[in-house]
Design a protein around this ligand. Structure first.
Ligand SMILES: Cc1ncc(COP(=O)(O)O)c(C=O)c1O
Length: 421
């Protein structure tokens, strides 16, 4: 064993060995985690309001997930699902087809990351419709690969210097800025609807700033899609797996997407993603058109099956809804109390604070940075997001205890007060 290292020593090693192109929110090196608590190599503890960016909805190292991973690793780690298939992947596919919205036959395909799932959803939509174009939204985030970076809205850091971008991606304002009927104008001004394979939307926008559209938005948008032979793809990579109080956020609008992308909290930290959708659409792709070496890895699928059991056994949706209510009432009170807090954004336990320099003022991105840094010093890991970097977002595990939540919120409140003074 190498001698024990401090965060400072490890960070020196990082600077000598990791590309400067990889950004870091903190440089506290984490040794272990449980539930909503992280412990670093220096023996400090943190309350985790980031959840590994929306990955730990059921909490870090849930014993059931750890046991499932160990058990599967003892038996089989890899064959490639396309070479020698195995049980955990087909069991998980069956479950995903059941729990995704829509009472119609569905099929799934497994990938490794969220970006890969979005790429594959677009491939499937194009193959199915024979159309090239994709419509996405302002403030969207879909990943960092060529196509998903193109679909992503924010220039710096995601797109800067990385062009040329993928063709046939069109961007329109989201529901907070324009009604769904704007899609009809878009067909006149930007793209022929007969050339559009799919509209891809995050039901609640994540990285773009925890933006939920108004009631009725998705119903109307999807009707316009259907009237024009356009598929509707819901990117539930951040908003799914119970984050908004329903298993998938799009259920709040009663909409049944043609395709859904899932990743992040699906396998509680193991790399796993999926596209799930209408059987006739998923099956219209020729054999071998979809796949990859690692997609649907057995250890990751075993972890995801355990996650889904935990959702049922421990009533995770109710826990998420309760967390969302507690956050909302506290955040609403801060909006009244602090000029810095312009609005409370998001849905359920996917909740954020919009910070501006006073009412109607500029986005307060520097203040958001100072706030996350000050909270870290006090033992709270917190993320910002938003196209202007001025949204403080909470993605805490649903299993966070009342005492931990209160400690985390008190730190945040104290630091908000200090910044507002
Ligand atoms: C809505 C959404 N789509 C896609 C992605 C990309 O997922 P990944 O980082 O696993 O490629 C993310 C990641 O934050 C996301 O929030």
């Amino acid at each position: 064993m190498a001698p024990a290292s401090t965060s400072e020593q490890l960070d020196r090693l990082r600077l000598e060995s990791i590309s400067a192109g990889v950004g870091f929110v903190t440089t506290r090196y984490i040794e272990s985690a449980k539930g909503a608590i992280l412990r670093d190599v220096d023996g400090r503890e943190y309350i985790d309001f980031a959840g590994g960016i929306a990955v730990m909805n059921i909490g870090h190292n849930h014993p059931k997930v750890v046991a499932a991973i160990k058990n599967q690793a003892d038996k089989l780690i890899h064959t490639c699902f396309m070479v020698n298939p195995y049980e955990p992947a087909v069991r998980l596919a069956e479950k995903l087809c059941q729990i995704t919205p829509g009472d119609f036959p569905k099929r799934a395909a497994f990938l490794n990351s969220g970006a890969e799932a979005v790429e594959n959803a677009v491939k499937i939509a194009r193959c199915n419709t024979g159309r090239p174009a994709i419509i996405v939204f302002e403030n969207a985030y879909h990943g960092r690969t060529l196509l998903t970076m193109t679909m992503t809205s924010k220039v710096k850091p995601y797109k800067l210097g990385f062009g040329p971008f993928a063709p046939e991606v069109y961007r329109m304002p989201f529901g907070d800025k324009a009604p769904a009927s704007a899609l009809k104008d878009f067909f006149v001004q930007h793209v022929n609807p007969e050339a559009v394979a799919a509209v891809v939307a995050e039901p609640v926008q994540g990285e773009g700033g925890f933006i939920a559209p108004p009631p009725g938005y998705f119903q109307e948008l999807v009707k316009i899609c259907r009237d024009n032979g356009i598929l509707f793809i819901a990117d539930e990579i951040q908003s799914g797996m119970g984050r908004t109080g329903k298993m998938f956020a799009i259920e709040h609008w009663g909409v049944e997407p043609d395709l859904i992308t899932v990743a992040k909290s699906l396998a509680a930290g193991m790399p796993l993603a999926a596209v799930v959708g209408r059987q006739e659409i998923m099956d219209a792709v020729h054999p071998w058109g979809l796949g990859g070496t690692y997609g649907g890895n057995p250890v990751a699928c075993a972890a995801a099956l355990a996650v889904l059991e935990v959702f049922e056994e421990e009533n995770m949706l109710a826990k998420s809804a309760a967390l969302g209510e507690k956050l909302k009432s506290r955040f609403d009170s801060w909006q009244k109390k602090f000029d810095l807090v312009a609005s409370v954004r998001g849905m359920g336990a996917m909740l954020g604070l919009e910070l501006t320099k006073g009412p109607g003022g500029e986005p307060a991105a520097d203040e958001a940075k100072q706030l996350t840094a000050a909270c870290l010093e006090k033992g709270l890991v917190l993320l910002s997001c938003g196209t202007f970097g001025n949204i403080i977002r909470v993605l805490a595990p649903f299993v966070i205890t009342d005492e931990q939540l209160e400690r985390g919120l008190s730190i945040l409140e104290q630091e908000l007060a200090r910044l507002s003074a």
